[in-house]
Each structure stands twice: as structure tokens, then as C-alpha cells.
Design a protein around this ligand. Structure first.
Ligand code: PPE
Length: 304
């Protein structure tokens, strides 16, 4: 169960958690077009700070632009509302979920003039794949389901309906005893996890998939910056599942998943079978940054 907080921001005002309700004929519930974000706020010595809030709000508006939906608030209003949601709920460390959806009105695929609604909730959410996962890594399965073709699901948008594809992969992986799935793209190259981007380390070089069939992850960009600081060469290029099998280290990145090492793929142990050296270094720097311990990246923190 989600641990309840006091208030949820809905269409410009705060309502009690239990009163944040919508009609069962809400358009997005039936047809899947809703745009959302996942953001984290961390506790720092100077108080709670939201990590890369600007980039998340920008991506939300870009998602809406791709689908030609007009959000009835400005970026600044949403940005302020997110901070206010954290303040009013008095939570120092939390996950924030803003969602833009098509409300109740007419039915049928074409959204016509239905209202565009916005909600923002925040709650405490620990390690996405379990605390042990961050330290010791997870077991993943290459999915039998492929990532939707980019002309069907334009992956620069973070859209609720796309996650049906991810859920097929995740349900399959879990039912086979794995923690998470890796989806290949329509050409057979590695794309990403059901809710994470992916990185591999081989011969000291860090590789991640190019931005073709994947979500443009904020954590992915953070890791690319961190790696450059550590003097690690980063390549954004396609790779195959067998290159993952023979790599030294593999890890997932995401707001919810943070930096999660992958210790096994399709029954093959990856590298040492635990959190690799490079992964560990990147993880340490990542947690220093989000917790306000890195002066260089203070500008990524928005104090609440
Ligand atoms: N790919 C996908 C498909 C994805 O859903 C996420 C985030 C990422 C990559 C990483 O993006 P970023 O968070 O900007 O680094 N997934 C969000 C939702 C997870 C969920 O289960 O809900 C998240 O991590 O918040």
C-alpha cells in the first residue's frame, strides 16, 4: 500500500488524500493517454531538496507537446505546485508523481473537448527494487516482448499507455523468477527496462543506448555527467544482449530505481556477480549529489 500523506494537489487546489477522486468514465482511464513524471526529493543538511525538478517539469510539458495536449497551467505554476505539495505534506524525503490526464466528458478515442486535468501526489517511496538490490544487484530477464516501435510509441514522451508494453515484460520476468525485464527494440538491440534506462561497462568504457527507442532519462543524463567527472569514457551507442552477457558490469538507472546494479541476466552471471567497481563509484557520487554533498551539482537541487 502507498503510505498516505495528507494532501494531493488537484487542478489548482489541495484536497485530502482520500478525496482525490475522479469519475470512472475519465477518458485517460479508458484510452491510456496521460502524461506523468516521477521525481524524488531527498533529505539534505540544508533541508529537503528536489532533484532536477526543472528537467522533470520540462519533460512533462514536452510529453504534452508531442501529443498536442494543452496543460492548463504554466511550467512555473506546476513547478511551484510540486514544491508546495512537499511542503504541505511535511515530508522530507519522497517520490513525487505529477500526472496530466484527459478528464470526463465525451467517450470515444478522439479526446474532443474533454478537460485536461492535473494532479500531484507525494509519498515516501524507498528503494524501487528493494534495499538489497541497490547494494547487491538484481536478476533480470531479456523479455520476449519488444519495446514498441518508436513511430507507435514516441519514447520521448512519458505516457501512461506506453507502460502496458513495460507491464507485459515485467509480469513475464517476475513470473519466471526474475526481478526486472530488459526490452529489446524492434531491430533486436537493447533498449531499456520496464521503468529504467540501462548502462554497461566493458573494458573500462561505459555504454548506454542512444535516445531512439528509450525514455530520455534524467538519471541517465546525471550518470553521463558523473562518469565524465570520473574520467570514464561514455558512449551512446547500440549494443546487443550478448554484449551485456560478456560485459564487466551492467546497471539500471531511474528516478525510482536510482542506480541499481544487475548481477545476472538470463541466467548468466555478470562480472563479479555483485555491484561492480565502476557502478559503485557512480552510485556513491550519485547519492552524494542528491543528498547535497557535491558543491558542483548544487544547482540540480531545488530546496523546498
Ligand atoms: N525508462 C522508463 C521506461 C522509465 O519509466 C523511466 C522512469 C526511466 C527510463 C528513467 O527515467 P528517469 O526517471 O528520468 O531517470 N520510470 C519512472 C516510473 C517508475 C514506476 O514504476 O512508476 C521513475 O523512475 O520514476
Amino acid at each position: 500500500m502507498i503510505p498516505k500523506t495528507e494532501k494531493i494537489w488537484m487542478d489548482g487546489k489541495f484536497v485530502n488524500w482520500d478525496d482525490a477522486k475522479i469519475h470512472v468514465l475519465t477518458h485517460s482511464l479508458h484510452y491510456g493517454l496521460a502524461l506523468f513524471e516521477g521525481i524524488r526529493c531527498y533529505e539534505t543538511e540544508e533541508g529537503p531538496a528536489v532533484f532536477r525538478l526543472k528537467e522533470h517539469v520540462e519533460r512533462l510539458f514536452k510529453s504534452a507537446h508531442i501529443f498536442t495536449l494543452k496543460i492548463p497551467f504554466t511550467e512555473t505554476e506546476i513547478y511551484d505546485a510540486i514544491k508546495e505539495t512537499i511542503r504541505i505534506n511535511k515530508i522530507n524525503s519522497c517520490y513525487i508523481r505529477p500526472i496530466v490526464f484527459i478528464g470526463y466528458g465525451s467517450m470515444g478515442v478522439y479526446p474532443k473537448n474533454n478537460p485536461i486535468q492535473v494532479a500531484i501526489a507525494a509519498w515516501s517511496w524507498g528503494a524501487y527494487l528493494g534495499k538489497d538490490a541497490i547494494q547487491n544487484g538484481i536478476k533480470v530477464k531479456t523479455s520476449s516482448f519488444i519495446r514498441n516501435h518508436v513511430n507507435s510509441s514516441m519514447s520521448r514522451g512519458k505516457v501512461a499507455g506506453y507502460y502496458v508494453n513495460g507491464q507485459l515484460a515485467k509480469i513475464e520476468a517476475v513470473s519466471c523468477g526474475f526481478d526486472e525485464a530488459i526490452l529489446l527494440d524492434t531491430e533486436g538491440y537493447v533498449s531499456e527496462g520496464s521503468g529504467e534506462n540501462i548502462f554497461m561497462v566493458r573494458k573500462g568504457i561505459l555504454k548506454t543506448t542512444p535516445l531512439t527507442s528509450i525514455l530520455e532519462g534524467v538519471t541517465r543524463d546525471t550518470v553521463i555527467n558523473i562518469a565524465k567527472d570520473l574520467g570514464i569514457e561514455v558512449r551512446e551507442e547500440r549494443f546487443t544482449r550478448d554484449e551485456l552477457y560478456i560485459s564487466d558490469e551492467v546497471f539500471f538507472t531511474g528516478t525510482a530505481a536510482e542506480i541499481t546494479p544487475i548481477r545476472e541476466i538470463d541466467g548468466r552471471i555478470i562480472g563479479s556477480g555483485s555491484c561492480g567497481l565502476v557502478t559503485g563509484k557512480i552510485q556513491n557520487l550519485f547519492f552524494d549529489i542528491v543528498k547535497g554533498k557535491s558543491p558542483k551539482y548544487k544547482h540540480w537541487l531545488d530546496f523546498v
